[in-house]
Ligand binder design. Sequence first.
Ligand SMILES: Nc1ncnc2c1ncn2[C@@H]1O[C@H](COP(=O)(O)OP(=O)(O)OP(=O)(O)O)[C@@H](O)[C@H]1O
Length: 708
Amino acid sequence: MVGKKSGKALRDEGLERTDNNMDLSSWPQVQAINQKNYYTDYLKRDDQYLAFRLQNEEARTKMTKTAKDRDRALAMAKPEGAEGEAEADGDATMEDAEDTPIETAGSKVIVIHVGSQNLRIGLSSDALPKTVPMVIARKASKNESEDHPEPKPKRVKRDDGTAEEPENLFGEEWSSQFNRMSADLKVHMRQNKRRMLPNSKEMVVNFNRRTVPETISEHNDPMRVEWTELSKPPPEYIVGQPALRLPDSSNPRYKLYWPILNGCCNETDYKSKRELFLDISLILEDAIKTQLGLTSKKNWPQYSCVFVIPDLYEKSYVNQVLEMLMREFAFARVCFIQESLAATFGAGFTSACVVDIGAQKTSICCVEEGMCVENSRVNLKMGGRDVTETFIQMMLHDHFPYTDINLWRRYDFLLAEELKKNLCTMDEASVSPQVFDFHLRVAGQDTQKHTFKAFDEVHLAPMGFFEPTIFDNSDKLLGRRKLIERSVDIYDGQSNDPVSTAQSEILTALAPPLPKANGDSQPASSEVQATPARPQQPSALGRLQDQDQTPRSSVAGSPVPETNGTPQAGGANTPAAAPTTQPSHPAVESRDDILPVFPLDNAILTSIAHAARSDEKKMKDFIGGYYGRWRGHLDQWFLDERLRSLRPAFTKDIMIGVPPRDLDPQVVVWKGASIFGKLNATNDSWIGQLEYDRLGHRLMAYKCMWAY
Ligand SMILES: Nc1ncnc2c1ncn2[C@@H]1O[C@H](COP(=O)(O)OP(=O)(O)OP(=O)(O)O)[C@@H](O)[C@H]1O
């Protein structure tokens, strides 16, 4: 290029050749490629990806090995001197060789579903999993009830030294919401022609005020609890059920840790990420040894593992789990499956909207032909634990006789769970003043039998799923992002955790306003103890009802205004009515101060609206193939009625699926994952040791069925 320039041009640039006619540089000059003829197949063929190559190689090796094994089996089956006979009977010998059972399908696959409260674990060949509490007790100076401040209700003493009336324990706002819900229920029951005594509440309160406990000596109590006895020397930690059965007053003291909180890593109670994942691995290791009988870790490399992750998973969690399973447990292969997808496998649905209410989180997701619809994923931080807490709160408000109940204490937590499971109901017909009793069993003390009356509390506590402000949401964000940073893209530094437009829409509706731009920065997540804002008014519920009361268009039963027969946005903050391509508030996903707690029925419709994306037929399909996994919290018909009242237009289409063959809804996800673990021929998502050694967690991008 330089050589072609005129002498003047070179002189102008100060590059004029003054000496020996040689080029200024001996560096080879590269001509620019003519873009018209430019072609490359770089990264365009599968065999250029190590992950795919290894997979194909593995398949080829397997085929060769099977062929060799068969030949060997044939040769071994030939009795000496009976060559001719064997040849004549070749087919039968081959059949025999094939019939030789090598191992039951799935007997070498461990399936793990980790929850906030329970771990479900089993071999893929098992019919049902084993369930163990996802908890570890560690030696500590104080147990968890001593380590936490006295919970609500605080036994507040008034100035005159008398105890505060129970009605005032939880604040005016909470009491008025409880009373309003109670009044609404009365109206609803009357509308449904259910008889109700006008003074039921007073009867309950008066009974509870008067009742005194009865003492039963420990040896006369046939149902006494077998508390965990400490060995000598006391172990450093105890895992699972025995941990829950440790007496609170044990010597030395133990403190319970639940490494998963609200469906995410527990960043509140742990001091470091290392300790957190150490506890997860100890709990899993113990469960594999004690529940599956695989006591020798040396044999684990013969096993594969299917691990269930949330629909809206966090990448850093998945990467860390993958490392634990590959490095520490040394499993031969590992694969991941999302909860909702596993639920459809377990329940036998091809397309459905899956609603999964767990202990501390509720996830909703539409699944279509074996794939989660990404934009329909919703994750709410509420679950059965909130029902337990709220039920006890409501009972205390109505003068529950056992006033000292403290859910941080192990025996009280177990008692409250039991009461909730036995008494709470969504059936309005069961709402009447009734006498119940329970036994309070504390290690080393006589049993106390309490009698009490309950009325509408049994129904209103689970109703909290539809009015979640009644739940105590005050500390659910505590410690968020304290230990584990958001996963970010290595090139642009932006968060690359999965997002969904349905979730963004719900977050937008809940978002407290950002601080004013007067120099105040956004509060750090750990400082925020936000009580979730009520959904902005008019609520999604109200708008949906409004929509359905508007005149119908000619399209059967669908509300107007509409385009292509699908309801359109009623406003920026109208969940369930406005599937938008982009989140209406793009920043909401990155804000850690918004707590996703939202009425369940609206959240379901929001998810379906985002999955259907302006396609009314799809909307009907999802509403029709709706599958619930609410694990005893909600009655099928109750949710059915709620959805019908929100969307009268779809009344005929709403169909709530139940698990097949009376399968317990709590194990459907595990069951689905176990089926997935057996799909050897079609499952491309296995991650092997060799590829993990070379590519690490980057492999996930090739191995996930969803965009990772
Ligand atoms: N029969 C029942 N009636 C009411 N609630 C029940 C019943 N059986 C279990 N539960 C509740 O279900 C919850 C536990 O559900 P599950 O074991 O599926 O949660 P998890 O998977 O550990 O939690 P998450 O999904 O939030 O991570 C608890 O709150 C428990 O009280």
